[in-house]
Design a protein around this ligand. Structure first.
Ligand code: ATP
Ligand code: MG
Length: 429
């Protein structure tokens, strides 16, 4: 196929055989968020470039080298969103729904775009579910965000494969003091740092902490520690969070090098990581961003949130074989009809059955075909039962109910009794 007719590298189709698992995952998360009292918000996929520069930070990886930015026909610079927080903050400000201290507990789902090197678990268009909470500044809500993701991992059967890492970045003042100390220390050993870290020392020194370079890591061993610079307020907040996680029985490790890629975090930051996906091991990440709303022109408004990468979580479900049986089967019954008159009766009958059993997954044969070919399709559909409507059944106003998965003998059921019969023998999803 010519290149122009292929999908863009790093942007994937999700094929029909994969969508049941996606929908299972999405419905689990959306129901859980409903149950904890979070409301969905939907933002546009494209925003003014300026929004991301202002919120994410000019010297972050995302803004420096990962954004899909273009000029539209008006000459405006627009960007495909690389993450959701910026647009969510923009939306709550624009509509005034966090004004006067109004609490908002919000979530969103959808595609994000970053021009990164595509590999397993890292794509150029990928999907996130994000949660953002505004106007709650205590550690109780930080804990709730972690508790609800912990519950999700439990429901998905992947709890044993993920670990929680926590850190506190302190207030922006505390971080500024720490940054100065770190820069002083690293500058004194500048020649021992890798090139990337030397550059970051000027632009975004905290990012040096999560370098993958072994020489730089060795230099970092004796570097000043962020926790020694934490202000009292952040320390109390962090202790409050840890106490709540202990009370909820959620294990965690403190990772002093966890600084997160975006500029806007303060106090709590956390990541859920796994060793099941190779180097793309972070499945969910977030933190507190109390200064962001003000930085974007709003009144001081605390914020905290996280985003999870759906592709990575789907990969985990597949890797750990946590694919529930209920999604393996997409069809309950497959209705075969033979001859024009039987087809007409089958259509009317199937609509009556659907009226009575709205959750029944009933597939009606299309394209006619011989007994043999229709049975083959019924079997391939994965249905539990084939319903058979031929000339004889038509004359007697009955259908044959043929078990396809070894559940006993074929039965003959009157049209009027069909829905009731199916209700007893098909477990409805
Ligand atoms: P990473 O360190 O893996 O690049 P990040 O810190 O850039 O992640 P965030 O911006 O915090 O990621 O996004 C939250 C989550 O979205 C990540 O933890 C990950 O699960 C997912 N994610 C981020 N970038 C990608 C990508 N390019 N492809 C697939 N999933 C991604
Ligand atoms: Mg990244």
């Amino acid at each position: 196929m010519s290149k122009s007719l292929q999908a863009i590298r790093g942007m994937n189709d999700i094929l029909p055989e994969q969508t049941p698992l996606w929908r299972y995952f999405e419905s689990k998360v959306s129901r859980l968020l409903d149950n904890y009292g979070y409301k969905q918000i939907r933002m546009p996929i494209v925003e003014f470039t300026e929004l991301f520069k202002r919120s994410i930070g000019e010297v972050t990886d995302i803004v420096e080298k990962e954004m899909y930015t273009f000029e539209d026909r008006n000459g405006d610079s627009l960007t495909l969103r690389p993450e959701g927080t910026a647009a969510c903050v923009r939306a709550v400000l624009e509509h005034g729904i966090t004004g006067g201290g109004q609490v908002q507990k919000l979530w969103y789902i959808g595609p994000m775009f970053r021009h990164e090197r595509p590999q397993k678990g890292r794509y150029r268009q990928f999907n996130q579910i994000g949660v953002e909470v505004f106007n709650l500044d205590g550690p109780d809500i930080d804990a709730e965000l972690i508790v609800l993701t912990w519950r999700l991992w439990g429901e998905l059967g992947i709890r044993d494969a993920v670990k929680l890492e926590l850190n506190s970045l302190g207030t922006s003042e505390a971080r500024a003091r720490y940054r100065a100390a770190l820069v002083e220390y690293l500058s004194s050993r500048l020649s021992e740092l890798d090139e990337d870290s030397q550059r970051r020392l000027k632009s975004n020194p905290l990012r040096v902490l999560d370098t993958k370079n072994a020489d730089t890591q060795a230099v970092l061993v004796d570097a000043p520690k962020l926790v020694d610079y934490l202000d009292e307020e952040s320390r109390v907040h962090f202790e409050g969070l840890k106490a709540r996680l202990d009370a909820a029985g959620i294990p965690y490790t403190i990772n002093p090098k966890l600084v997160r890629g975006l500029d806007y975090y303060s106090k709590t930051v956390f990541e859920w990581v796994t060793d099941k996906l190779g180097s793309q091991g972070t499945v969910c990440a977030g933190g507190r961003y109390d200064g962001l709303v003000e930085q974007m022109g709003g009144k001081p408004t605390s914020g905290v949130g996280f985003a999870m990468g759906i592709e990575r979580l789907i990969l985990m479900l597949e890797t750990l074989e946590q694919i529930p049986e209920e999604i393996a089967r997409q069809v309950d019954v497959y209705l075969c009809a033979f001859g024009e008159a039987a087809e007409l009766a089958a259509l009317a009958l199937s609509e009556r059955v659907r009226d009575q059993l709205p959750n029944l997954r009933l597939q009606i044969n299309a394209g006619a075909g011989s007994f043999k070919s229709q049975f083959k399709k019924a079997d391939k559909s994965g249905a539990l039962y084939a319903l058979i409507l031929g000339e004889d059944e038509l004359a007697q106003q009955v259908v044959g109910v043929k078990p396809l998965r070894g559940q006993g003998e074929q039965q003959t059921i009157a049209w009027d009794a069909l829905a009731e019969h199916l209700a007893t023998c098909v477990v409805q999803g």
